[in-house]
Design a protein around this ligand. Structure first.
Ligand code: C2O
Ligand code: CU
Ligand code: CU
Length: 550
């Protein structure tokens, strides 16, 4: 049975048919991609119609037993079959490849044993298409998405968004890329086809039977992992361990997504070749920029121009996650308490994430374009609240993550969470580091699972020194300014040269003690949207709030 958002099919048509002729032209201009409505006539035949099922399945990941996973399986019902690209033997869902302006209809069928809903991360959509968690559907139900793609060309992605279960569903395999192209991108003349490679990084742990291991251990260990975030032992690329990329001696476009629940990556070539960045979450930069390494937190994307011209056939180049510090909560514990070790690959430890094999000579010599795209620059003085930025403090209060002291409530919106449609605003996120004291033996979690903890006197002081990749639905934003508390500068400086802040973004990392100001224009569709930490364990534990566009 198909379940439409809101109450009836008539309502649904009303929501999706808000576009009118007068809005049409300006909304599809490349310079104004994020102020728009969905121009859907739902009775029209869409350019692409897809059935997307969330199912339990198994895939070969390690040698021996296949691994049980949850995965999206897609099927083109109408339109170009090349619009869905399956990654063979991967739990990742099919890659959508669409053009800006296309009308897409997706029938999401929930064949899992629990409720779910699909969110199109980075796409600008009306509330009912964006999949606020209150739209989650029960097992066996279908949810029909129907929208026009108004975003500019870029590497977007999709994943589940039911409240409280997102982390587990993504961990089990539910995620995929949604790649948009447009005329401006085509004109830039970037490597395409076999030279345009998506790379999705996700950390996973396996047991002796090759099955995925998520949060385990005694109650205390589980509680701490949920509060901090889960780290896997292996970094998978496109759903594979030991992933190797065979290249020719020419330029490639690499589209990187950090699809991990919690792990931040600091990506750099082993031989210290700088990375040439051409795009961020919301598509191409104006011009390429070079970084010694890239800091990529969960939810973020970055696109690289990687030129292997001049490398010797037969040589190998490693992409590493380089060491960084400042994010370990365990390291800040005082009073003789140590965090239980839950992974063989601690956060910030150096590891290889990708092996590139140069296998063939190429005669193709591509030149890196000097200009890639046009970005309409927002200025602070144009923001409606330029004199009084809306601030959101991220903090742990009474063992719960919160934004301005509040955790997620399904339909609640506070006064400072209401914005006006089509308005430019400045927001500031502040990653507050609180010190708190708990008497562990008497605390609400005391007594359980003490075999995993070294407890001294029972007096425990902790600092909630955690990084938070903050993501806002319904917008692409620009980063105006970052500042960091001096007490946290040392850790911050191990990642800050890898921030790519000069493009369109929908997710931004805040290290402990860091503040970030963002400029964003809200969409023209009134409704309820969420913003949250993309550390999925934090999101599930309530580090998410609604905002209302009115
Ligand atoms: Cu990618 Cu609300 O998330
Ligand atoms: Cu999103
Ligand atoms: Cu967080």
């Amino acid at each position: 049975m198909a379940k439409f958002p809101s109450v009836s099919r008539r309502e649904f048509l009303k929501i999706t048919c808000v576009g009118t002729a007068s809005l049409a032209a300006s909304n599809l201009l490349p310079g104004l991609p994020f102020v728009g409505r969905v121009l859907v006539q739902s009775d029209q035949v869409p350019d692409l119609e897809v059935r997307l099922r969330a199912v339990e399945s198994e895939v070969p990941i390690l040698s021996g037993n296949p691994t049980r996973v949850w995965t999206y399986q897609g099927e083109v019902i109408q339109g170009d079959a090349a619009s869905l690209q399956v990654i063979p033997d991967s739990y990742l869902g099919p890659i959508f490849r669409v053009r800006q302006g296309q009308h897409v209809r997706i029938h999401f069928v929930n064949e899992l044993a629990e409720e779910s809903i699909v969110h199109w991360h980075g796409l600008i959509l009306p509330e009912a298409m964006d999949a606020h968690p209150h739209y989650a559907i029960a097992p066996g139900e279908t949810y029909v998405y129907d929208f026009h793609v108004i975003n500019r060309a870029g590497t977007y992605w999709y994943h589940p968004h039911p409240h409280g279960a997102t982390a587990n569903q993504v961990y089990n395999g539910l995620a995929g890329l949604f790649i948009v192209t447009d005329d401006e991108e085509t004109a830039a003349g970037l490597p395409s086809g076999d030279y345009d490679i998506p790379l999705v990084f996700q950390d996973r742990s396996f047991d002796a039977e090759n099955q995925l291991v998520y949060i385990t251990g005694g109650m205390m260990t589980q509680m701490m992992t949920e509060m901090m975030g889960f780290l896997g032992d292996n970094i998978l690329v496109n759903g594979k361990t030991e992933f190797e990329l065979d290249v020719e001696t020419q330029a490639y476009r690499l589209r990187l997504l950090n699809g991990s629940n919690f792990r931040i990556l600091k990506l750099g070539w082993e031989d210290s070749t700088p990375l040439t960045v051409i795009g961020t979450d919301g598509g191409l930069l104006e011009a390429p920029t070079e970084h010694p390494y890239i800091t990529l937190s969960p939810g973020e994307r970055v696109e690289l121009w990687a030129d292997f011209n001049g490398r010797t056939v037969g040589s190998q180049l490693l992409l590493k996650s380089l060491p960084f510090t400042g994010v370990e909560m365990g390291g800040t514990m005082m009073g003789g308490m140590e965090m239980p070790e839950t992974t063989t690959l601690p956060h910030g430890e150096e590891t290889t994430v990708l092996k590139v094999n140069v296998v063939q000579e190429s005669t193709e010599a591509l030149t890196l374009p000097e200009r890639l795209s046009t970005i309409e620059r927002y200025t602070l003085s144009d923001a409606a609240n330029a004199d009084a930025p809306r601030t959101f403090e991220i903090a742990m209060l009474n063992e719960v993550w919160s934004l301005n002291g509040r955790s997620f409530e399904m339909d609640a919106v506070a006064d400072d969470e209401i914005v006006q449609a089509s308005t430019l605003e400045v927001w500031e996120f502040i990653n507050v580091v609180n010190e708190r004291e708990t008497t562990a033996m008497e605390g609400e979690h005391g007594g359980h699972d003490m075999e995993n903890m070294n407890m001294a006197n029972g007096e425990v002081k902790t600092q909630d020194q955690m990084a938070h990749p903050m993501h806002i639905h319904g917008v692409q934003f620009q980063i105006l300014e970052r500042t960091v508390d001096d007490a946290f500068r040392e850790g911050w400086e191990t990642v800050s040269a890898g921030y790519v802040d000069n493009g369109w973004k929908d997710t931004v990392l805040l290290m402990p003690g860091e503040r970030v100001k963002l400029l964003m224009r809200f969409g023209s569709d009134p409704g309820l949207y969420v913003f949250h930490c993309h550390n999925l364990e934090h999101e599930d534990l309530g580090l998410m709030r609604n905002y209302r566009v009115q």
